[in-house]
Design a protein around this ligand. Structure first.
Ligand code: F6R
Length: 251
């Protein structure tokens, strides 16, 4: 596991955007795994401005998002499908047919999860998976207790996750309590994983995920077993790592 620590969230986000640009530069038909949430917003903003200045082509890229709320259509402003269109897809030359997000309004969530998993396999697997980290160390919507070999499936969200994400919903909107998420086992099959975590509210989750022990109660700690994972942190998120004094560590 590699850990990169930058002074600010903006610098950590810039480092991650550069990794993505390098990936699609080196392999123009890369398959990318993408997260939503507050953390990657600055990464997507950087990718948009890089694209505007002629850097990065998404023409042959395929994407798979980590998760989607159940019960929200792709047109719902709180859906992750909407988020991805607004924050990245409509701004770059990506083929919408190659952008994949679990269908939150599928009548049969189990069948949808199976379809999604099969589609990832059919596309040759994911080259680079970008992850955020929940305050409770969830990855995707794999909440604490999720098996590290879990597959894409329907899950119930923890009360703490629902509270953390309430800000993304209109005041009177009904907030979903279930989602479809890639499983931890599915995530571990990605060839390369980059985790971006910023802010002191993520410090405990980062420390538990990086230091281990690897246990179901800490979903992020599953990444310890992955051969090519990089955590990109700002100083605040790295606060609880003992050896956070140098700017780049290998653990
Ligand atoms: C989002 C996702 C979640 C978030 C996590 C952190 O697709 O899968 O695991 O990455 O909840 O969210 P933020 O960045 O809003 O703190």
């Amino acid at each position: 596991m590699k850990i990169i620590i930058r002074d600010s969230a903006a610098e950590a986000s810039a480092a991650v955007a550069d990794m993505l640009l390098q990936q699609i530069g080196e392999k123009p038909d890369s398959v990318l795994g993408l997260p939503t949430g507050g953390t990657p917003l600055a990464v997507y903003a950087r990718l948009r401005s890089a694209y505007d200045s002629g850097r990065g082509s998404y023409k042959s890229i395929t994407t798979f998002n980590l998760d989607e709320y159940l019960g929200l259509s792709a047109d719902d402003p709180a859906s992750y499908a909407y988020y991805m269109r607004e924050n990245l897809f409509v701004h770059v030359d990506i083929d919408p047919d190659r952008t994949h997000i679990p269908n939150g309004s599928a009548p049969d969530a189990d069948a949808e999860a199976k379809r999604y998993e099969a589609l990832i396999t059919a596309c040759g697997g994911i080259d680079l998976m970008l992850l955020g980290l929940g305050r409770n160390a969830h990855i995707g919507f794999n909440e604490p207790g999720s098996a590290h070999n879990s597959r894409t499936r329907r899950v119930a969200l923890n009360a703490s996750t629902i509270a953390a994400n309430a800000a993304y919903f209109a005041p009177n909107a009904e907030q979903p309590a279930h989602a479809i998420t890639m499983g931890i086992g599915t995530i571990l099959e990605c060839r390369r994983i980059v985790v971006l975590a910023t802010g002191s509210e993520k410090a405990a989750a980062v420390a538990a995920s990086v230091k281990g022990p690897s246990a179901d109660i800490v979903p992020g700690s599953a990444l310890i077993r992955h051969p090519n994972t990089t955590f990109v942190l700002d100083k605040a998120a790295a606060r609880d790592l003992e050896r956070a004094r140098t700017s780049e560590l290998q653990v």
